[in-house]
Design a protein around this ligand. Sequence first.
Ligand code: PDD
Length: 283
Amino acid sequence: MTTVYLNGQYVPKEQAMIPVEDRGFIFGDGIYEVVRVINGRIHAWDGHAARMANGLETLRISMAGAESATLKAVCEKLVADNGLAAGEATVYLQVSRGAAPRTHHFPPAGTPTTVYAAASAFKPNFAMRDNGAKGITLADIRWARCDLKTVNLLGPVLARQAAQEAGAYEALMHRDGMFTEGAATNAFFVVKGVLRTHPLTNHILPGITRVDIVESIHELGLPFEERPVALAELPGVEEVFVCGTTTDVQPLVEIDGKPVGNGKPGPLTVKLKEALAKRLYGK
Ligand code: PDD
């Protein structure tokens, strides 16, 4: 039996209920996080908690019941109670603006938020990480606050569906001729031997894994620029990888049906994949 957390209580998943007027359901009015848990230890909790707090504050959703220490304890209890303390797991966390009669403007002050969390077993696809995967390119049709991890995910839903229908893993999205990020990942490129990724602006999510990668790049002394890659540069791109909490470092070896470089994961990608594994697993 799976136990989930809802508004201060641990309940069987089947019994967890939210009102039909919840603003997460009606408007997508909420913030979420996905954290990685390895042998009971949450990877990079402080970064996830800070991003969630920033999202809630920006959207003026109450932090009550969603404080970092509270949610960390919730994650740890869910992992333990669901028998996931050994091996790998993820925890999904979501805070919505709560339930109230439908009005576009905020509900009355004091309306309690809805705080939900659930843990699941997780099995990384090591073969795909080793061999590489296919990608597609797609227009980035999302809104202008992609830096907030809101539960409004229609852009990524449509992009991932397009990728899947093309037999690919990820969609690399571009806006005004520049690659922004993947549908649910940040993207790194190697052009003329230099690693490049989109800078932290409102057009990408500030990924927690991106922080690990940037730190690893500096530790390894690799050439690096936070400068977007143009769609027009794609034919000369030597390596591409995407990264995220459930994606790790995932090489893309074919994009829109054409091989990237020699069609195999490139050397800088492999180095960073190993560096991230060390941070996650300590080896
Ligand atoms: N996705 N960019 C987007 C648009 C994302 O949705 C994600 C994460 C990332 C990577 O962020 P992080 O390294 O913090 O996981 C980048 C999560 C995992 C998801 O939606 O399931």
